[in-house]
Design a protein around this ligand. Sequence first.
Ligand code: NCD
Length: 359
Amino acid sequence: MSLKYNHLVDLNDYPVSWWNSLISLAQDIYSNPTNYSHVCDGKIMATLFYEPSTRTQMSFQTAMIRLGGSIIGFDNPANSSVSKGENLKDTTKIVSNYADILVIRHPMAGTAKASALTADCPIINAGDGGHLHPTQTLTDMFTLMQEKGRLDHLKIGLCGDLMNGRTVHSLCKALSCYEGNEFVFISTNELKMPSYIKDILTAHGCKFTEVFSLDEAISQLDVLYMTRIQRERFNSQEEYLQQKDTYILDTKKMSHAKSDLIVLHPLPRVDEISVDVDSDRRALYFKQAKYGVYIRMALIITMLDNKSKTTLLKGRVHNGLHCDNPKCITSTEKYLPMSFMGDGTTVICEYCDERKLTD
Ligand code: NCD
């Protein structure tokens, strides 16, 4: 279904060679930015942000402007016709006729895929609820290449809200495709990595361990990826408060880490990294945010080329079967075709990856 355009919904829809060529292009743009300043002359990028954002939205906008293109969009759906009740399908249809490329962020899982179904231009997923965040992962991979010189044989600790953090889901899926990577998941019991991500790692033969203590894990790591507790994804303030402040990376903990550890964070930081750590040369999160502009420039150029076409729904449309995940886009946009992967007693929703028993 929808073979008209190439879309970036999930990085794993593309082969590793595609990611690697994006990173090489970003490296060239980083070294020779002026060579690219007119590549997108006359092109328009729309950013539809139904959720707050600083880095993702502004780095996309900066990327397009640095390529010579222009930008339109909203960062608050309350100021658009969404507030009058317009559905995702209609907003996407209209804006994708104004723009050459559309970047979307939304609180519901599966939104980028849902909007790509009706779009008349390529769609880029800039975060769909707690599900995926492929362009943050490209930023993280570009940072790893620049700072570690490789994407394989790394021991990566991921710490914080592993259940709701979309950045860590996309990152693990991508890094599991490179040889010899090992993961240490550092979280409380309540905020563990979802099992569908662990299943992907197992299928790729990647080793992973789950631990509670950051103190115990830190000395073994090549990369420490800190994340904030995702307050907006909790059902109650009480549940959030129970989790808040569990992990704080400070200079004392850093003193146990390897001298060539790098500390990454997609940002925004709340209080999970003490500000004293910022002056440690291993703290690379601000540089990481800057690298995000170059990889997004590479992505915009590549997507506008429109060489490949994306198959959006690969599974089977099951009439009468619904996804049980209340955070799935299909729970609010009722017209969407319900498509599931698998034929057995357990099927997987193609929008949000949630499993469902069929009997
Ligand atoms: C992340 C996001 O929005 O998922 N931020 C980002 O895009 N740089 C991480 C977060 O909000 O915690």
